[in-house]
Design a protein around this ligand. Structure first.
Ligand code: SF4
Ligand code: SF4
Length: 374
C-alpha cells in the first residue's frame, strides 16, 4: 500500500466522510484571495491580512510540509429554531466542530506517524492560516461554488473541512470533483444582505455570519432589519442551494448543546452564565456578542417578553454594544408601546460610551424621528 492510499484509508477509519490530497504549495485561489483582501472584503478580520504570507504558502506553516491531507466531515441536520423564535446556524446547534474535527485529525496524524508514513505534521481546522477551501477543491473534495464554499456531490455545502499538512510526498487527486453551479444563482438572489457581490466573492462587511460570529463591533444599522431572525450565523445561502437537498440527516453526530435546551432570544440576551456555553460554537462571540445578536433579532422577532428584556438591557447591560443594540430593537419594534420612547430618550441622554451614543443618535434619527408619535 502506498502512503497516499494509507492516508486516505486512515482518514475514513477515523470517521471522515471525504478525503483527498493537495500539494503543500500556494493555493490555486491565491490571486483571488489577494484581490479579496485588497478590496477590503475581509472587514475586521485583520489577521487574514497580517497572516497573508503564511496563508498563501503553507510551507511557511510547516517548513517540512510536502502534502496536505484535506478531509470533510458532514453535519447536515434540519433547521433549528430557538424557543419562541429566532435562529442560529445549523452547524452551531451541537458540539463545536473545531473540537470534533480537530480530534479526528489528531487521531489520523497519530496513525500515520505510528505507522511511519509521516514524521512531522500540522493540523488546521478553519481557524488556521490556510485557504482550506481552495486546497480542498484541488484535492478533489468538491467544486468551488458561487457562494464561495465547496460543494460536495452528496453533502452539498453541509460539511466541515479540516487539513493535515504532512512531511510526506503524497499523490494528489488527478481529476477535479464533478459538478458546477451552472446557471443557478439562487444564493446570490436569496442572500438577505447582498453579501455575495459576484459569483464566488462574499464581502464580509455585508455578511451576517461575520457580523454575528466574528465581529465584536455593533452591526451596521443598514443590515439590522435584514438580519431577520438570525442570532448566530446565517444559513440562507446554504439552505437555498440545490446541491445540499439530498444530504443525509446527521443530527446525532453533533447533538444539541445543553445550553440551547429551552433557550430563546430573551435568554440569550439576559444570560450572564458564560460557562454554560463551553464546548458550543456560540462561545465564540462571548456574552456581549450573543446578547448583541439576540437584541437585534428581538427587534425583528418581537414579543412582549422580548420588549421587557430589551428594556432591562437598555437600562443596565454592562456592555455598550448591547445597550445600543437594545435601543435599536426597541425603536424598531416597540416604539409605540407605553414607556418605550421615554426609556429610549433617558438611555440616550445618560449613555457615556461615545460609539453607543452615536448608534442611539442614529437610531433616533432613522427609527423614531421619522415616525409620528401615536
Ligand atoms: S451567510 Fe447569509 S449573509 Fe452571508 S453570504 Fe450567506 S446568505 Fe449572505
Ligand atoms: S445556490 Fe446555486 S449558485 Fe449558489 S452555490 Fe448553490 S448551486 Fe451554486
Amino acid at each position: 500500500m502506498s502512503a497516499t492510499d494509507r492516508a486516505l484509508e486512515a482518514a475514513r477509519e477515523v470517521g471522515f466522510d471525504v478525503a483527498g490530497i493537495a500539494p503543500c504549495a500556494p493555493p490555486p485561489d491565491a490571486a483571488r484571495f489577494e484581490a479579496w483582501l485588497a478590496a477590503g472584503h475581509h472587514a475586521g478580520m485583520g489577521y487574514l491580512a497580517a497572516e497573508r504570507e503564511r496563508i498563501l504558502d503553507p510551507r511557511r506553516v510547516l517548513p517540512a510540509g510536502r502534502s496536505i491531507v484535506l478531509v470533510g466531515f458532514a453535519h447536515s441536520r434540519p433547521a433549528f429554531e430557538l424557543a419562541g423564535g429566532g435562529r442560529i446556524a445549523r452547524y452551531a446547534v451541537g458540539r463545536d466542530y473545531h473540537n470534533v474535527v480537530g480530534e479526528k485529525l489528531l487521531k489520523l496524524a497519530r496513525i500515520l506517524k505510528r505507522e511511519g508514513w509521516i514524521r512531522d505534521r500540522r493540523r488546521l481546522v478553519d481557524a488556521g492560516p490556510l485557504l482550506e477551501r481552495s486546497h480542498a477543491v484541488r484535492a478533489g473534495l468538491g467544486f468551488a461554488s458561487k457562494a464561495a464554499n465547496v460543494l460536495h456531490a452528496r453533502f452539498g455545502p453541509w460539511f466541515f473541512l479540516g487539513a493535515l499538512i504532512v512531511d510526506a510526498e503524497l499523490a494528489q487527486a488527478d481529476a477535479p470533483a464533478p459538478g458546477s453551479c451552472g446557471t443557478c444563482r439562487a444564493c446570490l438572489d436569496a442572500c438577505p444582505t447582498a453579501a455575495i457581490r459576484e459569483p464566488g466573492v462574499v464581502d464580509a462587511n455585508l455578511c451576517l455570519s461575520y457580523h454575528t460570529i466574528e465581529s465584536s463591533d455593533a452591526m451596521p444599522h443598514e443590515l439590522r432589519e435584514r438580519a431577520g431572525p438570525w442570532a448566530f450565523g446565517c444559513d440562507v445561502c446554504s439552505e437555498v442551494c440545490p446541491w445540499g437537498r439530498a444530504s443525509p440527516e446527521l443530527s446525532e453526530r453533533f447533538g444539541t448543546h445543553r445550553a440551547l435546551d429551552g433557550t430563546g432570544l430573551v435568554e440569550l440576551l439576559s444570560d450572564i452564565d458564560a460557562e454554560r456555553w463551553t464546548g458550543s460554537p456560540l462561545q465564540r462571540p462571548k456574552r456581549e456578542g450573543r446578547a448583541r445578536n439576540a437584541a437585534i433579532a428581538l427587534g425583528n422577532v418581537p414579543s412582549e417578553r422580548g420588549r421587557d428584556a430589551l428594556l432591562d438591557a437598555l437600562a443596565s447591560d454592562p456592555a455598550p454594544v448591547v445597550r445600543e443594540a437594545a435601543a435599536w430593537a426597541l425603536a424598531h419594534a416597540h416604539a409605540d408601546d407605553a414607556g418605550v420612547r421615554p426609556a429610549l430618550d433617558a438611555a440616550r441622554t445618560r449613555e457615556s460610551d461615545p460609539a453607543a451614543r452615536r448608534g442611539m443618535d442614529r437610531t433616533a434619527a432613522s427609527e423614531l424621528e421619522r415616525r409620528p408619535l401615536p
